[in-house]
Design a protein around this ligand. Structure first.
Ligand code: NAD
Length: 428
């Protein structure tokens, strides 16, 4: 049988495996392997040429036992109910493992936002909120940006919700622009959170980070700050980043065995994560095929693009030197690839632990909105580091004590915390 790359089937299979190890009762498993609520809705938009286009929007709220649900809105052509369900479920585990008092949700629209004008994008964002606003709110469900969405779009969405609610409600959405209710450090949060996890993993594995190298898939928000932190904070070298080239409509990689200058690459990357090839080539870098990030002789791989990228097939390309996989993306690894990593003793920092920095600073943003008082960048990053380091060591401790794979340990921490909240609220 061929392996599944359906994100929701993977999320359920991961959950089922750990639920069995934890001996969860069948009704508890049934509650947690499905979302509590799901919405699919139409968003008609009048395009700039006068025509109408009808988009499909999604919102899935997986579990709210630990607090209001929280999760990003993704604008991507391959968005389906199943990708949103999987991402919502992973958000529940992410908030629990990071010990943030929130539940899990996710949303999206099946669209390539790069094809929309600014006005069309604003209409789509406002339409998304208009369709679902009764089920959103600072104490109900709080969206955030994800692939294909950004701070400006969150600003429009917050404004639309505030109009409908009849009062300024910054806490309804996070990832807003700084100066428009956003938090300093949100831009860097997910990538830096990945780096704090890698730093702790290297201490555990007794690796000198300044002597290590990494290859990264993606060069969007998460990947850029993970790459920047890896070079600037850990002193390591990033030798390859891959990205989706919007002009060629294909994945490509930028490679330099001596190490890439990340701030330079950021300067030649557009808002959708496409790197200017001619400028990269002029700087002495080579352009290779999309899978080149997998094939580098590096210590660390950081998938930070989309789900189901490390499969039973693609892991065959990975060099024997790789010791750490830091999952910046959500769900980048299939069940078969996980088996390969277990067998080869590769240390995996699972997605919902590794990339929890984003939701952590999103939570900080909501806290600052509630207080109407804002922290400086150092305070935000310091609090983020404390949260990430604490979460990493909680999971590592369970992994060591129970002799289980890091992903299973993270699930154990998260599921136990959610089940306890459901019990305390009298749901079980
Ligand atoms: P983004 O839209 O900013 O960047 C996505 C990047 O992936 C772009 O560089 C794009 O070129 C690249 N890409 C797309 N398809 C590709 C392919 N086939 N091969 C190589 N590169 C490809 O998105 P992001 O916010 O950086 O999110 C990346 C991942 O991290 C997603 O899985 C997202 O769910 C997850 N995540 C994001 C955050 C956050 O705060 N942004 C938080 C947690 C998890």
């Amino acid at each position: 049988m061929s392996e599944t790359t359906n994100a929701f089937q993977i999320a359920q299979a991961q959950f089922d495996g750990v639920a069995a190890q934890l001996n969860l009762e069948s009704h508890v498993r049934e509650i947690l392997r499905w979302p509590r609520r799901e919405f699919k809705f139409q968003i008609p938009v009048r395009m700039d040429d006068g025509s109408w286009q009808v988009f499909f929007g999604y919102r899935v709220q997986h579990n709210d036992s630990r607090g209001p649900t929280k999760g990003g809105i993704r604008f991507h052509t391959s968005e389906t109910m199943d990708t949103v369900r999987a991402l919502a479920m992973w958000m529940t585990w992410k908030c629990a493992v990071a010990d943030i008092p929130l539940g899990g949700a996710k949303g999206g629209v099946a669209v390539d936002s790069a094809t929309l004008t600014v006005r069309e994008k604003e209409q789509l964002c406002r339409g998304w909120v208009g369709a679902i606003h009764k089920n959103l709110g600072p104490r109900t469900d709080v969206p955030a940006p994800d692939v294909g969405t950004n701070a400006q779009m969150m600003g429009w969405m917050m404004d639309e919700y505030s109009k409908l609610a009849g009062e300024y409600t910054p806490g309804v959405i996070t990832g807003k622009p700084v100066g428009g209710g956003g938090s300093l450090g949100r831009r860097e949060a997910t990538g830096y959170g990945v780096v704090y996890n890698v730093r702790e993993a290297m201490k555990h594995l007794k690796l000198d980070s300044s002597q290590t190298s990494a290859a990264v898939q993606g060069f969007g928000n998460v990947a850029q700050y993970a790459a920047l932190g890896f070079t600037e904070q850990l002193g390591g070298k990033v030798v390859c980043v891959s990205y989706w080239d919007r002009n060629d409509k294909a994945a490509c990689s930028v490679v330099s065995p001596k190490g890439l200058d990340i701030p330079f690459l950021q300067g030649i990357t557009d808002q959708y994560g496409t790197i200017d090839k001619s400028k990269a080539t002029a700087a002495g870098y080579t352009i290779e095929h999309g899978d080149a990030w997998l094939e580098q002789d590096v210590d660390v791989l950081i998938p930070a693009a989309l789900e189901s990228q490390l499969t039973g097939e693609t892991v065959k390309k990975i060099s024997g030197k790789v010791k750490v996989i830091a999952e910046g993306a959500n769900g980048p690894t299939t069940i078969e690839a996980d088996e390969h990593f277990k067998k080869n003793n590769i240390f995996v920092i699972p997605d919902f632990l590794c990339n929890a920095g984003g939701v952590t600073v999103s939570y900080f943003e909501g806290v600052q909105n509630d207080m109407n008082y804002y922290w400086n960048l150092d305070e935000v990053l310091q609090r983020l580091d404390t949260k990430m380091t604490g979460a990493f060591h909680n999971v590592l401790q369970v992994s060591t004590r129970e002799q289980v794979y890091m992903r299973d340990a993270a699930y154990m921490v998260a599921i136990n915390s959610v089940v306890q909240a459901m019990e305390l609220r009298g749901w079980l």
